[in-house]
Each structure stands twice: as structure tokens, then as C-alpha cells.
Design a binder for this molecule. Structure first.
Ligand code: F6P
Length: 323
């Protein structure tokens, strides 16, 4: 392994820069050349490369976003696009790839590896925490903290006005952020894609709260919840139960920005080094993850196809405490 290419792809996540830094510095440590690929797979196709050295990644450990930029590439989904990407890799002399991202990123990496045999190791970087093979993904902790900070503020105004707030958080297919934020902010209910809570069940919970003199409440709605998002849930609740004065807040992309937490910085640093060490040791078509505090390599196929389940204990205690 003489030259490794690194890219970030899909939705960005706080801590991606820390992972890039770790990859570059682990390469330097091992006397491997490291090439940054810009704008995800689009950059791989267009040969948008830049040699990275120790100083190229100085002062980025605590910065949100990704210095390599990110994209969701339509072209890389085509055979022709991947052929061009392979030719660009050959021209540049890249003999190993590290892809930092989520599900879509790994699906692309897997197909690319299968077609052209380039060794590839993935690093889980997504706020959604929905990848099998790592207890945490890079960005999940920071995003959850951002949500908690925002909901704490919403709680103040909800309280002053005796209002019921529906707060929508990210997670197209996964309720990890919603569940953790629900526990950390004392939400009365959490609506998750994985565990359907009907409007009637929600109203029953709200009524119970009102009976015990609860004057304001927060309901967290994960983006992917079956009821159709926070606005829809609020509308449906209002239609059946008009007693509450309701408001809706969609937190949106603030969840993807900001300086990574200490946890995410350390996780990204460990996984960045693990990805380089994995490639050098012959690991390929796999994801470097952290399972029970140990580095573990999981086949990309498994990390994509297996569903990483919500923590049952967290689900249970969220129910006990949401009254
Ligand atoms: O995959 C991460 C994620 O933040 C999802 O939770 C969300 O649904 C999606 O990205 C939003 O993507 P975009 O930035 O393309 O709107």
C-alpha cells in the first residue's frame, strides 16, 4: 500500500474532519502517500485530487463539516461513472481507498470494489447512527447534543406559555437521535420509524400528562416516523384533541453542523487510524467500526444490509420516564 485516497460522501457529519486528519496522519506515520478526493465520488470520477500532508490537516480536529466537501453522486451510480473513477484512480496511482460516510457511500464503495478490485475500507460517518458494525457513527453524539441544547431552549418557552411542542429531528430511517434526545430532554413521547406510536396512543399519553397537571410538553418526532413528520403529527393531534395550544419546530440541518464533541473527535481519530491500519493489513470491502470499545471490521455488505437496532434498554426507560 503506497498511496491511499480518502473521500467524504453523503450527508456530512461533525467529526468527519477529525477522521480525515487521522487518516492523513496515520498514512504519514506509515510512510504512505495520502490523496484527498474532493466532493465525494464526483471528485473520484473527475480526478479532483490533492496530495495531503501533515500540515494540510492542521487545525481541523474541532471543525464541523468536511474540508474535502461532500456530495451524493448520481454519476457514480452508473457503470460509466465508475469506469471513469477507476481510470482516475489508476492515473493517480491510488492503490487503496478510504470512504467516510453512511449507507449510500458504502453501497457505492462495495460495487466499486466488486467491479474493479480496489481495496476499500469505510469509516462510518453519519449523524443517523444507523450502520451495523459500529456502536456509534461519527457525528451522532454531536448531533444529539445539538438537539438537546435546542430542545432545552424550546422547553423554556413551552413552559412559559403552557404549550405542547412537536420537535422534528433528523433520521430518515432511524430514530437514534430522537430516542436519545427524548431521554436527555424528558420528552413526553418520542415518535420513531422503528416503533410505531399511533395518534390515539399519543393522545392517551398527553391526556395522562394533563391529568397529573402537566402544563407543557415536548413530543419528539423523528423525520422518518410513519405519521409523516412533526407538522402532520401536530395537525392530527389538534384535529382530535383541540385543548392544547401547539407549536412545531423542525430542527433541520443545524443538526449536521458545529464543532464535534470530544466523543466524536476520539471516535473519528480511532476509526481513521483503524482504516489505514486495516488497509495495510489487507482488510478490504469492509467498514472499520467500534464494537464494545474494540475496533472491528465488518463486511460492507453486512453493514449496509443488516439493521442496526435501537437500544432496547433505552426504549424501555424512555417509556418508563415519559409520563
Ligand atoms: O443521512 C443523514 C441525513 O442527515 C438524514 O438524517 C436526513 O434525512 C438527510 O441526511 C438529509 O439530507 P440532505 O442534506 O441531502 O437534505
Amino acid at each position: 500500500m503506497k498511496k491511499i485516497g480518502v473521500l467524504t460522501s453523503g450527508g456530512d457529519a461533525p467529526g468527519m474532519n477529525a477522521a480525515i486528519r487521522a487518516v492523513v496522519r496515520a498514512c504519514v506515520y506509515k510512510d504512505i502517500e495520502c490523496v484527498g478526493i474532493f466532493k465525494g465520488y464526483d471528485g473520484l470520477i473527475n480526478g479532483d485530487f490533492k496530495k495531503l500532508n501533515v500540515r494540510s490537516v492542521a487545525k481541523i480536529l474541532g471543525r464541523g463539516g468536511t474540508i474535502l466537501k461532500s456530495a451524493r453522486s448520481d454519476e457514480f451510480r452508473t457503470k460509466e461513472g465508475r469506469k471513469q473513477a477507476f481510470e482516475a484512480c489508476q492515473k493517480q496511482g491510488i492503490d487503496g481507498l478510504i470512504t467516510i460516510g453512511g449507507n449510500g457511500t458504502f453501497t457505492g464503495a462495495k460495487i466499486f470494489h466488486e467491479e474493479y478490485g480496489i481495496p476499500v475500507v469505510g469509516i462510518p460517518g453519519t449523524i443517523d447512527n444507523d450502520l451495523y458494525g459500529s456502536d456509534n457513527t461519527i457525528g451522532y453524539d454531536t448531533a444529539t447534543n445539538t438537539v438537546v441544547e435546542a430542545i432545552d431552549k424550546i422547553r423554556d418557552t413551552a413552559n412559559s406559555h403552557n404549550r405542547l411542542f412537536f420537535v422534528e429531528v433528523m433520521g430518515r430511517d432511524a430514530g437514534f437521535i430522537a430516542l436519545r434526545a427524548g431521554i436527555a430532554t424528558g420528552a413526553i413521547a418520542v415518535m420513531l420509524p422503528e416503533e410505531e406510536l399511533s395518534i390515539d396512543e399519543l393522545i392517551a399519553i398527553l391526556e395522562k400528562g394533563a391529568e397529573s397537571n402537566k402544563t407543557s410538553s415536548i413530543v419528539i418526532v423523528a423525520e422518518g416516523d410513519a405519521n409523516g413528520g412533526a407538522y402532520e403529527v401536530a395537525k392530527k393531534v389538534n384535529a382530535k384533541y383541540a385543548q392544547y395550544e401547539t407549536r412545531v419546530t423542525v430542527l433541520g440541518h443545524i443538526q449536521r453542523g458545529g464543532s464535534p464533541s470530544a466523543w466524536d473527535r476520539v471516535l473519528a481519530s480511532r476509526l481513521g487510524v483503524a482504516a489505514v491500519e486495516g488497509l495495510v493489513a489487507g482488510e478490504t470491502n469492509s467498514m472499520a467500526g467500534l464494537v464494545n470499545d474494540q475496533i472491528k471490521y465488518t463486511p460492507l455488505e453486512t453493514s449496509i444490509s443488516m439493521k442496526f437496532q435501537l437500544n432496547k434498554e433505552e426504549l424501555r426507560i424512555a417509556k418508563i420516564l415519559s409520563i
